[in-house]
Design a protein around this ligand. Structure first.
Ligand SMILES: Cc1ncc(COP(=O)(O)O)c(C=O)c1O
Length: 413
């Protein structure tokens, strides 16, 4: 059985006192807390391995090893090969980076498709790329009631002129998990490339880029229990073929040609530890053997995490439904909860999202108010002008007791 108290004991931030007492972290979609092994790996890097790359001396060799290990770990997380992983500051800068190269293949008459449910980091790089090249931007709509992508509209908007389809795996606003597999299939029918923003899916489920068949996929390790660092998967053929904006000495080989400048080496070490931590859950609770590969351990971990989070989602949604005046923006029917992560945006009649977040903060419950850069959907739903939503975002270290405490505060707010 998944032992949440044991899991929590491995996260130093959860033991820490804030304003004299422990906090409830429901701000996870903005960034998760890190496992103690992540802290240790970063301290170890900075203490024993700190250097730049490709030198003939010991710390440099150790740094090269850390970088190689990080590529292998991210590849295990995503289901690809190590040379198909590119590191960068965060998802947004990686997406802008690769979009510049993809833009070179666009021209008048071409189309790119973005969605109104996406975070702006998977919208503006493509809008600007299209603008630069005189291509057309199409927008796939959201179903306002359910907070889900309007799949008929997505289908309609993919045409024989579509060159790039950018879609999110899970929404950071409504929590919806999109049927990206189907969309990738439709894009494939017209020869369009697909870019998947997996930032909000990565902390909740197994990613398999080969099974999805996407061309690119990006995530950020600070959302999955690691440090601030971004990861990009690109199909080998694209990373090799596309012209990267780079300095000459890095050469023309992927992934190096995409990794501009000195990377966040301690961040890479921390990310590897975060992935190892997740893999460890597969051994401890998912029945994977200690000798199995990290990918197999991860495959065993995610269903355990998913089952626990599914229970939390159900409790969170039903708890919110019992608070008078609360409206949830996203899927709420029991049968639909599998199609969402434990990220719930809401409004409460008679209060603003800011007032709710303040009331929670006074009780040391950390939660975000606003529209979280998911600007297109907040505009489409009509909450952008009025301060967005209150967002409660849970991960596998949260508990039912925390949900109940949060509901009591919301009830009184
Ligand atoms: C869905 C989604 N995409 C992209 C981003 C941007 O990620 P980063 O901060 O790594 O640029 C976020 C950040 O909140 C997000 O939630």
């Amino acid at each position: 059985m998944f032992d949440v108290e044991k899991v929590r004991s491995g996260f130093p931030a959860l033991q820490e006192a804030y304003n004299g007492r422990q906090a409830i972290f429901f701000d996870n979609p903005g960034g998760t807390q890190v496992h103690e092994s992540v802290v240790a790996a970063m301290v170890d890097y900075l203490t024993r391995r700190n250097s730049n790359t490709h030198g003939l001396f010991e710390t440099s060799a150790r740094t090269d090893a850390v970088i190689e290990a990080a590529h292998r770990a991210a590849a295990d997380l995503l289901g690809c090969d190590a040379d198909e992983v590119v590191f960068g500051n965060n998802m947004t800068s990686l997406t802008f980076h690769v979009s510049r190269s993809l833009a070179r293949e666009l021209g008048p008459g071409d189309e790119v498709l973005v969605t109104r449910l996406d975070h702006d980091a998977n919208v503006m790089p493509w809008v600007l790329a299209a603008q630069d090249r005189g291509a057309r931007v199409r927008w796939a709509d959201v179903d306002v009631e359910s907070g889900t992508l309007d799949m008929e509209d997505v289908r309609r908007q993919i045409t024989t002129s579509t060159k790039i389809v950018a879609v999110g795996y899970a929404s950071n606003a409504t929590g919806t998990i999109n049927d990206v597999g189907t969309i990738i299939g439709w894009a494939g029918e017209v020869g369009a490339l697909t870019f998947v923003d997996a930032v909000q899916y990565a902390p909740h489920g197994l990613i398999d880029v080969k099974e999805l068949g996407c061309d690119f996929l990006a995530c950020s390790s600070y959302k999955f229990f690691g440090p601030h660092s971004g990861q990009l998967y690109g199909k080998r053929e694209h990373l090799a073929r596309l012209e990267a904006y780079r300095v000459r000495p890095v050469g023309d080989r992927p992934p190096d040609k995409w990794e501009t400048g000195t990377q966040n080496h301690e961040g890479m070490a921390g990310m590897t530890a975060a992935i190892d931590y997740l893999a460890g859950l597969g051994v401890e609770y998912g029945g994977a053997g200690p000798a199995e590969s990290r990918r197999e351990k991860l495959k065993a971990a995610w269903p355990v995490i998913g089952a626990y989070e599914g229970m939390l989602t159900e409790r969170l949604v039903s708890g919110l439904q019992s608070v008078p005046g609360v409206r949830i923006y996203g899927l709420t029917e029991r049968a639909d909860l599998e199609r969402r992560v434990a990220t719930v945006s809401l409004l409460k009649e008679g209060t603003t999202p800011e007032q709710l977040a303040r009331a929670l903060a006074e009780e040391n419950i950390f939660a975000w108010n606003g529209s979280f850069y998911a600007q297109s959907v907040s505009e489409r739903v009509g909450v952008e002008e009025s301060g967005g939503w209150l967002r409660l975002g849970l991960v596998h270290y949260n508990t039912v007791d925390e949900i109940e405490r949060c509901m009591r505060v919301l009830d009184g707010a």
